[in-house]
Design a protein around this ligand. Structure first.
Ligand code: SF4
Length: 223
């Protein structure tokens, strides 16, 4: 059984009081192009590496026009700290070109349009919408997904859109832009992967994963 609106509100309020709302360097609230580039760079890469590549790239190229015109070898050199940097350098140039040619240099504000950009999937689109445009979408990354599934809000088999829908149903609209940041911080500190630190958690009384672990231990230790 999953958690209800009251329990979920308790989770959000607890996390709000525990964590400060700070962002990694590669997330630039109010700068849609920078946030889009940061989200592309961050795919399968740790924040520290993404930040380093992002800073190096943005010290040279700051706009879609500049990135579109940049030599791809130069982009590769600047972002070499991130995983798949060759593919990402190509992708950034293709994205920048499409933004200029199809959208007049402006980052689209609609999810369907963002997802037409090369290599931009739902998570990247939701990051841009929620952080840069402050549109109440929730970006589901691996930390958010793990927390949500363990709490029993979503099922193990649920895909991105299903998890997002279930989470949004429980979240007050004004809290939606905070959920990614709060759950990522919680996922990095306590509800870690692969082994969560449940002994430090305030949600053991409502957590599906915790209940399952307790009953599993009981079965194993029963004489
Ligand atoms: S009890 Fe454990 S699994 Fe559940 S939310 Fe807390 S840390 Fe995560």
């Amino acid at each position: 059984m999953g958690i209800g609106p009251n329990e979920f509100r308790r989770v959000v309020e607890t996390l709000k009081s525990r964590y400060r709302l700070s962002y990694p360097l590669h997330i630039r609230p109010d700068d849609p192009f920078a946030t889009l580039v940061g989200a592309v760079l961050s795919h399968r890469t740790k924040d520290e590496m993404t930040d380093r590549a992002f800073e190096r790239l943005f010290s040279r190229y700051k706009t879609p026009a500049e990135v579109a015109e940049a030599p791809v070898r130069e982009l590769e050199r600047l972002i070499r700290d991130v995983g798949f940097y060759r593919q990402k350098a190509q992708r950034l140039r293709r994205i920048a070109k499409m933004i200029i040619e199809r959208y007049g240099g402006e980052i689209p504000r609609r999810r369907e349009e963002l997802m037409k950009l090369p290599g931009v999937g739902p998570k990247t689109a939701d990051i841009v919408l929620s952080f840069a445009f402050r549109i109440p979408e929730i970006a589901i990354d691996t930390h958010v997904e793990a927390v949500v599934k363990r709490l029993g809000i979503a099922d193990e088999k649920d895909d991105y859109e299903t998890i997002k829908r279930k989470l949004e149903r429980l979240t007050k609209v004004e809290d939606r832009p905070l959920i990614n940041t709060l759950f990522v911080k919680f996922g990095k500190e306590i509800c870690r992967r692969p082994i969560p630190k449940c002994s430090l958690c305030s949600f053991t009384d409502i957590c599906k994963y915790y209940r399952q672990q307790v009953s599993l231990k009981r079965r194993i230790t029963r004489p």
